[in-house]
Every structure is written in C-alpha cells, then in structure tokens.
Ligand binder design. Structure first.
Ligand SMILES: O=C(O)CCC(=O)C(=O)O
Ligand SMILES: [Fe+2]
Length: 235
C-alpha cells in the first residue's frame, strides 16, 4: 500500500539539499545509472553528515505518520539520494521486501519517497498501482502484503537487480501509473508495494531521495533512531 503525504517540503529546504549534493548531481550528469550518495546522510564525519537536513525533512513528515505506523523503536533505517543520470534506464518492477527479508525479519520497513524537483514521466518518476493507494490513516495496516516471486536480473537493471520476472511485470504494469509529484512532495509506500520507474529521457539528472523508516527493536544496523535525530544539534 501507498499514500500521498499531505505536507510539502519548502523549496528552500529542498534547495539546501540540492546545493550540498551539487557535486554528486553534476557527476551523475554523465552517469547512466543511479547515484545513491550512500554517505550523504549520516556520512563519513560529523561535519559532512547532513543530519541537519535529514532532521528538517523528518520533522515535516514524521508527525503525519508516527501514530499510524506505531513502531516500538522508530529508526531511520537508511536515507539515500536517488539521482538518476540523464539517459539512465528505468528501474525494473520490484518489491523492496525482496531485498530486506533477512535484515527485517518481521516486515517493518517503509519508505518515504521525496521529489527534489517536479517529476515528470519522462524524468523517470515513480510508477505505482492506483489500486493500492490508501489514505494516510489507512497506512496503519502497512506491511501485511505478500512477497511475489523475484529473480536476479543483472542485465536489465544493475542498480536494483532483484526484480519481478518480465512476463509477470508486464502484466502488472498494465494497471500501474506514473504518479506525479511536485518538488517537495512525497509519498510513503510499504515494503510490499510493487514499484518501478521509467528511464530518464531528459538531458538532466532526475532528482529524488528516500528515507526508509523501520522498527529498530532487535536491530543493530540502521542510520539513526528518530529520537536521536530529533535531538540532533550540529556540532
Ligand atoms: O528511484 C528509482 O528509480 C527506484 C527507487 C527504488 O526502487 C527504491 O527507492 O526503492
Ligand atoms: Fe525499490
């Protein structure tokens, strides 16, 4: 299931992210894959961890969803940039659950996917099934879906290589649609939500990012507990 989040992040907050990610963005101009900026949030050292920016985004989104998802020990599992280079291919249809079975035994991870610019279909924006859209309050039933058959496909999509087999994917995509998001808008989807993105057919990188939240209970691998992020003060 997935829902649109009502809050829209201010342009100035988004621009701050884009400014600090500028080198990654200009490098991805020539890169026909996805630049994740794995260390962009949390990072290598305290001065370059960009946790102030993550805190700002979190504070906008979290109050809308915290009660609904009701995690024991809410953590940011991971926060990454999703900069898709000009000319990069689409991301094949998959459920994130296929990647997370062992690190999240009881499924709790869900993603907040954020547009860092106005996303068009040609840019390679997110494609989802309208049948699975719910209101924010209905997200309380998240992560109860089932895992579809996936296979490893390093040819079709090297950056997200675990995919729903082609024939099944083609059938499912018939009822899926590009979801339009303006700069600063976001949606949340659980780990069973099948999603795909088209190729970036424009001449500039596609600018998006995601914050994955999960229950940190019994986990030692995550980016930061939400409580710690809320209290974070740049040194
Ligand atoms: O950004 C994309 O093209 C796909 C991203 C994705 O599948 C994800 O963030 O889980
Ligand atoms: Fe995904």
């Amino acid at each position: 299931m997935w829902c649109r989040l009502p809050t829209r992040i201010s342009s100035s907050a988004i621009d701050a992210i884009l400014e600090r990610a500028e080198r990654l963005i200009s490098a991805s101009q020539k890169d026909t894959s996805i630049t994740f900026g794995k260390d962009f949030f949390g990072g290598i050292d305290a001065e370059n961890n960009n946790l102030d920016l993550l805190q700002q985004l979190h504070q906008e989104f979290w109050p809308q969803i915290t009660e609904i998802v009701n995690l024991n020990v809410p953590v940011v599992d991971d926060a990454i940039l999703l900069i898709k280079g000009a000319g990069a291919p689409g991301t094949a249809l998959h459920q994130d659950r296929a990647y997370w079975v062992s690190r999240d035994p009881i499924p709790t991870i869900f993603s907040v996917w954020i547009a860092l610019e106005d996303l068009t279909e040609e840019k390679g924006g997110l494609v989802l099934s309208p049948d699975n859209q719910v209101s924010v309050s209905e997200m309380s039933l998240f992560n109860k879906g089932s895992l579809l058959k996936h296979e490893e496909d390093f040819v079709q999509s090297s950056h997200f290589p675990i995919t729903i087999p082609k024939a099944a994917a083609a059938e499912m995509k018939k009822s899926m649609e590009f979801i339009s998001l303006a700069k600063g808008e976001a949606l949340a989807f659980d780990s069973f939500e099948p999603h795909t993105t088209g190729p970036n057919e424009t001449s500039t990188p596609r600018l998006a990012m995601k914050i994955a939240y999960s229950d940190g209970l019994d986990k030692d691998r995550y980016l930061i507990q939400t409580e710690e992020l809320e209290n974070y003060f740049p040194s």
